[in-house]
Design a binder for this molecule. Structure first.
Ligand code: PLP
Length: 396
């Protein structure tokens, strides 16, 4: 099948896999060991940490390796909220966040924390999906210990204005966490320019292996302290215990390096293919609508308001799951497919004001490193045929 689901995960780049091999069978040491095997592993991790840190404008000591963005989000949110000495019990986030942010917040809410979720602009607004900054400003108080806002939404690709959000947080001394899982490797990301204190990202969304990620934790004004969520051997300066995933970390660093190096050519290529897919579908299928910000929308500084590879479309009179069954040759996702076995209509699309049935009639596509013009042309034909078939069956 044609793979257009790069928000869900990406294939490991063979160049990345090549860097990982030696750290599985030959240099297999535990970085905590004092002998030569340990030393080799320790050096590899140190080099990977320095390289990943440099790519996001951080210091090596500010990187905590984890098992992925879900763990990073949990460590950031629980780690700040559960510190005995914290500013207060208010936590502020957004309705359109990933479950890996909303769920830990929900659990804290059940335990008595004051969790506030902010709205985003509706689908008929100028910039659908963009956070309501006025509402956010109201929500942040002097008792707010953490604000968590994602950089790029995994369903509609909207890029949130983190620097502006950071300015609001600073006014009240609240820490800012950012789930940048869908942004790192696809957009230029610099922790100082974004003004974030904590930032989650993961290797498998940028052509690296699954099961390895990182949390950036600011150590320069302010120094962010976390209550560790996993204790034991005291690895990662006590912030996350457990033997490091050395091959994964080495691959993660190579994946980040390649993504940064290739971004100047890759971004416009992916955007061109995404636009071709959207235009092709709009010409071939009557009554379709793009969900999320317009494809050409930009922020005032000229940066895209929507991730170059992301497309989300509504096909009224259909059901996304039925469309996918009608075109097994295309691997994309119905708006809801962000968590396993969950067939609830997308909470992100509903936050834009769509009804559950409207949300069910959407499909998400994401162009990737090996997507070709031919695949896009073929996908347009397959989508058009699937929509015709499902609409006929549905009698609309
Ligand atoms: N946050 C966002 C925005 C995501 O898209 C994902 C991926 O599903 C995650 C977090 C979870 O990442 P991981 O699979 O590395 O735990």
């Amino acid at each position: 099948p044609i793979y257009l689901d790069h928000h869900a995960t990406t294939p490991v780049d063979p160049r990345v896999a090549a860097t990982m091999w030696p750290y599985m069978c030959e240099q297999f040491g535990n970085p905590g060991s004092t002998h030569a095997y340990g030393e080799a592993a320790r050096e590899a991790v140190a080099a990977a940490r320095a390289s990943i840190a440099a790519a996001i404008g951080a210091e090596p000591s500010e990187i905590v390796f984890t098992s992925g963005a879900t763990e990073s989000n949990n460590l950031a949110i629980r780690g700040v909220a559960e510190r005995p000495r914290r500013r207060g019990d208010r936590l502020v986030s957004v309705w359109t966040e990933h479950p890996a942010v909303l769920d830990p917040l929900g659990h804290l809410g059940e335990r008595g924390y004051d969790v506030v979720l902010v709205d985003v602009a509706a689908c008929d607004a100028k910039s659908p999906g963009v956070i309501d900054l006025a509402q956010l400003e109201q929500a942040i108080t002097d008792t707010t210990c953490l604000v968590s806002v994602m950089l790029v939404n995994n369903e509609i690709g909207v890029v949130q204005p983190l620097a502006e959000i950071s300015a609001l947080c600073k006014q009240h001394g609240a820490l800012l966490h950012c789930d940048a899982t869908q942004g790192v490797g696809k957009l230029p990301v610099d922790v100082d320019r974004l003004g974030v204190d904590l930032m989650s990202f993961t290797a498998h969304k940028l052509y690296g292996p699954k099961g390895v990620g990182a949390l950036y934790v600011r150590r320069r004004n302010p120094v962010v302290r976390l209550l560790p969520q996993q204790t034991g051997g005291g690895q990662e300066q006590g912030r996350r215990s457990g033997t490091l995933n050395v091959p994964g970390i080495v691959g993660f660093a190579e994946a980040v390096r390649l993504a940064m190096e290739e971004m100047p050519e890759e971004s416009p290529r992916v955007m061109r293919l995404r636009n071709a897919l959207a235009e092709g579908i709009q010409q071939a299928v009557p009554e379709v609508a793009v969900m999320g910000p317009p494809l050409t929308a930009e922020w005032a500084d000229g940066t895209p308001m929507r991730l170059p590879g992301n497309l989300n479309m509504m096909f009224p009179g259909t059901d996304g799951e039925a469309l996918m069954l009608a075109m097994p040759e295309v691997a994309c996702s119905s708006g809801a497919a962000c968590s396993t076995g969950n067939d609830e209509p997308s909470h992100v699309l509903q936050a834009l004001g769509l009804s559950p049935d409207e949300a069910r009639s959407c499909l998400r596509f994401c162009i990737g490193r090996w997507t070709t013009d031919e695949q896009v042309r073929r996908t347009v034909q397959l989508v058009a045929a699937a929509v015709r078939k499902v609409r006929q069956l549905g009698g609309t």
